[in-house]
Design a protein around this ligand. Sequence first.
Ligand SMILES: *Cc1c(COP(=O)(O)O)cnc(C)c1O
Length: 362
Amino acid sequence: MLFLDLKKVNMQYKNAILKVVEKVIDKGWYILGEEVGKFEEEFAKYCDTKYAIGVGSGLDALKLIIRGYKELGVFKEGDDIIVPANTYIASILAISEEGLNPLLIEPRIDTYLIDPDKIEEKITPKTKAIMAVHLYGQVCEMGKIHKIAKKYNLKIIEDSAQAHGAYYKNKKVGNLGDASGFSFYPAKNLGALGDGGAVTTNDERLAEVIKALRNYGSDKKYHYIYKGYNSRLDEIQAAMLRVKLKYLDKENKKRKEIAKYYLENIKNEKIVLPKIVTDSVWHLFVIRTKERGKLQKYLAENNIQALIHYPIPPHKQKAYKEWNSLSFPITEKLSNEILSLPISGIMSLEEAKRITDLINKV
Ligand SMILES: *Cc1c(COP(=O)(O)O)cnc(C)c1O
């Protein structure tokens, strides 16, 4: 069994997708047309925010938020943004590519999410924002994060690339901070059939700046008010995403059923299950064991593909060699022990049972 069978995911919607693709082809308008506009409306409504802006990728969404705040005079080069040390590299790249400094904070070992109790001690006058990464689909402890942000006048940027549709109390991810970046990379909970991303926000000024920035910095045709980028959600991807958005909640519900099964039935003293303290849409189901290598091999021998997200933490990457000598013991321990079991909207409970039985037997 593949870790994630993307072909099978999209086969569910193939006919509907082909129909809307044909519509776009026939219409003859391929960039920033009606489909992007409608998707932006529908996605803003889904997240319960005033604005959604379709962009080229999740990385670009985060970069555009930071650049937008630079244009608005809120951030400047050299400022710090707090970010969890165990996140996917893109969260961190977005900060450093915009000339700001990622301030790495350890995660909690049980939830894998940024540890709110370790944020305050790292804050300096240069600290301007907290990037709340809802890693693996679980929402950060936003109550504590909001308190800190308020006390130190920090912006909250959500990295929601793995958490489309999750809630904190009665509010949706994408509406839990000042601005949020989403990815529609094919393997995400809401995936396009190519690259794509979006920014959501309730901040009208920021939304206007980002709309211009994604399109060369243009506020109206042939007028450039910023030195912008080319980072637009494709019309054809927007049309496909409109089809798939309708089924996101159903797929997330299925993921929750699989996760519930794993949580209730995996019983092996050598395995630590993830702790859920908020809501999760289970982008990944990540367990932890000192014998990770053995377990991964044993599952592979039984035709189950389990993967590691992520095997090398950002501060140990060549790209950040200036950080290679830093020590983040929890992040490093996690990267040595974590293993992601298959989970998706197309997996059956029988498959979850088979995997669980294998794990309980080993
Ligand atoms: C996927 C991902 C991104 C980047 O999204 P892309 O669309 O691949 O650029 C950013 N942050 C996290 C946590 C992600 O998982």
